[in-house]
Structure formats: C-alpha cells, structure tokens
Design a protein. Sequence first.
Length: 674
Amino acid sequence: MNPLLDLADLPRFADIKPEHVNPAVEQLIADARDVVARIENTEAITWDSVVEPLQDATERLGRAWGAVAHLNAVISSPELRDAHNAALPRVTQFFTELGLNRNLFERYKALAENAKLLGDEQRALLNHELRDFRLSGVELEGAARERFAAIQETLADVQSKFEDNILDATNAFSLDVPASELKGVPDDVIATARAKAKDAGLGDDQFRLTLQAPCYLPVMQYADSRALREQMYRAYATRASDEGDSKFDNSAHIEQIMALRAEEAKLLGFANFAEVSLVPKMADSPAQVLDFIRDITKRARPFAERDLAELKSFAASELGLTDLQSPDVMYASEKLRQQRYAFSDEEVRQYFPEDRVLAGLFRVVESIYSVRIVEGKASAWHKDVRFFEVLDSDNHRIGEFYFDLYARDSKRGGAWADSARDRRMKRGHLQTPVAYMTCNFPAPVGDKPALFTHDDVITLFHEFGHGLHLLLTEVATLGISGFGHVEWDAVELPSQFMENYCWEWDVLTHMTQHSETGAPLPRDLFDKMIAAKNFQAGLGTLRQMEFSLFDMRLHAETRTANRSGLLKLLEEVRAEVAVMAPPAYNRMPWSFAHIFGGGYAAGYYSYKWAEVLSADAFSRFEEEGVLSPVAGSAFRKEVLGRGGSRDAMTNFVAFRGRQPSVDALLRHNGMTAN
Ligand SMILES: [Zn+2]
C-alpha cells in the first residue's frame, strides 16, 4: 500500500518515497472530487451530509500533502522536489475550485440559516467558511466574476514583478573601492569583497561591495568612511525607484497594484482595500488600527527623542560627527551599543546547552499547563528527529510532537511549527493533535552538547508557543481547532507570549549551565542582555509605526498611488511619526515588499499588535507568578484552547478581564516614564 494513503495513525515517514507522491495525490484528489459531486447531488442539507464528508475527504488530502510538503522542507532531494513540484499545482487548483464552488456555498449558507440545529463550534466554522467563500468572489456573477478572477491573476503577476525588481536592482548594484575605503569593516566582509573583485578580473587593491545584506549591513555598521556609507545608503534607499536605474523602477507596478486592489474591494462591496484586508483579522476597522498606531507613536516618541539625542551627542563627542545624518545612524548606533553593552553571543551561548534548554522549556510548560511531556517513539525522516507525547494529569494523551532542531543541508532555513494532524471528534472518536516543530540550530559537534545562542532559545520558545496552540486546543471541530481560522493578527499571540519566558531571571537561572564550569548565567550578564534588548527601543518602535501608518493610510484612503501621491503620503507620515528626516531621495515605499509584494497589505501593524497582546497577556502572569498554574489554566481555557471557535478579542477580554493595553509592552521595552 502507498504509505501516504495510510492515514490510520502517524505518517509512516521512513517508508515514504518520492514515487509515492503523485499517485497518492491523484487518488486523494479524485476521491475528494467524487465526494464533492455526491454532495452537490444530494437533497439533504445537514452537517452530516455536507460538512462531515467534505471534511473527511479534504482532511485526508491535507494530511497526506502535509507530510509531503513537510518532507520537502526538512529533507529535500532532487527527486522529492520534482515530485512535490509536479503535484503542487493540482493540490492548489483543487482547493481554489473548492473555494469558488457556488453549489457548496449555497449548501453551507442554507445550513448556517438553520443555525439552531448546530452547536457553537459548528456555527463558528460555517461563519468562517462562508466569509472565505465570499472573499474569494463566489457570489459574483457574469462579467464581475470574470473580472475578479482576472484581477487576482494580474495582481499575482504584478506583485511578483515588484519583488523581482527589488531583487534585480539589489543584484545589479556593485561598488568597487580600494582597501583604504574599508577601514573598520570586519575581515570576513572584506575577504568576500576581495573574492568578488577578483572574480570580476579587478586588480589587487580593488574590493567589490554589494547591497546584499551580508555586505550592506556590516558596511553601514562598521565602515569608518562616511563617503562610502553615503554611497551605499543612497543606492540601498533608492532601489527599484525613480531615483535608481529606470530598468527596475517599481513606480508603475505600485500604481497598478493599488488600482487593482481598489477595484477588487469595490467588486466585493467594500469601500477600500484596507477593509477587505481586515475582514479575517482581529482589528475591526482601519480607524481602530490608525488609533492603535497613533497611540503607540505618541507614547514612544519621547523615548525615541531621547534615543536620538543620546546618539547625536555620542556621535559628536566620540566620533566627531557633529551633524548626524541617516547614513550615520547604524554606524554610530553600533559604536554606542558596543561601548555600553560589551558581550558577545558566543559568550552567552556557553550557558545554553541543549538539554538544559529543553528541560527549562518543558518545566515552564508543565508548570503552567499542568501537563507532562515524555519522550516517545515514532517513524521519522532523520535520525536526529525526536518525538514527544504531552499527557494530562491523569496520564491521558493530549497530543504529540516532533522536534527537528538541527540545521542540515537538505533543510529549508528558518524555524516553524506546523500541524501534522488536527484535533477532531470524528464519529465519537477523538483524534488527538500532532505537531511538527522545526528549527535550524547548530548540531552537537563530537561529544559536546549543542549550544544555543539566546536568540536560538527565543526562537525555540516562539515555535513551541505555536506548537502549544495546536496541541492544547480544546476545540473538536476540524478547521477551527489548533490555529485553524484564528485571526491573522492574533496568530502570533501564543508564540510571542512564550518568548517572554526567555527574559525571566527565575526561568533562566534554571535553564542555564556553562558548558565548562557548570555555572548558571551570571546576573550581570543577564542585565546587560536586557539592556541590549531595549537599546534604542524608542527609535525602533517609531520606525515600525512609520511603516504601519504608511501602509494603513495608503490602503484606507482613496488617493492616487503615483510618484507624487506616494511621496506626499510619505511626507505626511514622517511629519507625524519620524524624529529624524531621511534625505529627500529616500524611496522607502518602492522596495516595501511586505505590502506590495507579499501578504502584509494593510497588515503591517500586526507585528506590533501581536506584541501588545502577548506582552499584556504575560503581564497577568507577572502579577500572579510567571509559572502560575491558575493563570496558565485560564490562558489555556480562554485563549490557547479556543482556536477559531470564538473571536480573539473575546478570548483576550475573557482572560485579561479587560481590553488589551499597550502598557506592558512599553514597560518590557524599557519605555516607562520615571
Ligand atoms: Zn511565529
């Protein structure tokens, strides 16, 4: 039997081969299409005749495909990638068709109208599904339907051209300089620049600089030559704009993207694209988001002004820069940071051996949620993969998870948590959830344990927070258990919440042990780490608010997104937010890939939004004890366990007893008036 079709229990990872992928996907899609056809032809409109069979079929496809996508991400090979890429368009097309199936939509609608026959979870799922149907244009007829589809297609195309231009403009730039210009720049960056110059056939005293992050950032942070920093800054700040090479100018793309988004919003019956974007989000309206941004701006501004004043006076007295300009900011900041908080990641890393860190993480989770985590066995894709069970206080299994923590050549970069199987009550039988948690930490060398940087530890806690969202769910309806249908701007609440524990002294002392001396993390090093975290928090916050305000106003206001329109908006936003004016040639929007290329349109604020929620949720633990099982059980019951069964604001208020406040986040970032 094709192991991908064996969905009785955990995936049989060790047996899955690339040649299994396409036959399995074909069969599962064919089966699902049969089910859809049967539903379309049945008279009865009940949960059991419509939703349940469709969920069964799409879950089988989703789980098998999930295993394939997971393997392709963690242990890719040319054969597996080919098989994955061949199947991907079929899977995507199947789900797109499903979202546009008018017949199914009408049946879901009829079911929802008979809501009294349904339970709360069922009603919540139907509401989510109906909303998704509508946002995919299912209700449009005739020409409008065709136009909507054409807009989607063109948008995808122009958005990717927008990103291509940034990439091409970044890659097209190079600057050749002699060694004398590179004073202060780290040796490895210089060595790479020399190798590039050599490849280009340049003489021994030439060094080729680029705008790619591993070159651009260290040059801006360390190059003593102000003229060099200025040249690099200008090139970077004008990428893909009318101030740069006209071949890569994104002006027309931005105008087209904004026009298409506005048209899409109209077709769906909304006033502007910001409203469309906010439908699946926790924030209710553009006005609410603007208030949020302006509130934080107002409160962070005095700290940003203080940060800037400190930086200016440091630059003048220590660096001889009496008129600090934008191209000097990273340079002077790095010097100031070094002077104040001299410690290295390498020094900190010695205190975080893997087994201590995992024990510390599990101790936090076991204490606050009254669960036990025990190592188990399962078929896996690599010898380094570990498998764990989460048990409740009666030793009943709540869920299971895979840990795949070390970097490998065959693994995609970054860190993530994903569902292998969602919690679901299926014909009287409870299916428990299973999660993948994947990181890219350095593997142990020889018989020494793996040592994690503090950033690695934060990443681990973050992903574990996503994992707990899947594992500790109390919802039993597929689609809204775990993080299914959780509002887009609330999904990071459980993950960022967990990060707070990496900054708790009582937690860290238990979690650290020097690899040679065995000593826990010293208090003075911890204090420096906290201070370094909050270094220039005011300036950093305002920078995020500038991006957020630009994004939200652009999508919420009807205005022409041509060159002068964008510049005018940018000027207004900076007048309101920024404490330091960048040069007039700065063209930030022209390379703002989050909102013009990717999925953050009218959503950039969500980074801060989720930070506010997680800091404020954690502040209840600060009040009651960071390992308080009472606060923990309330957090699970009201927030973590709820999935998409209730809206995130109701969850939050139920847990915190009030609306979210930005106070805790500002305090955690060292921005409190005293
Ligand atoms: Zn995350």
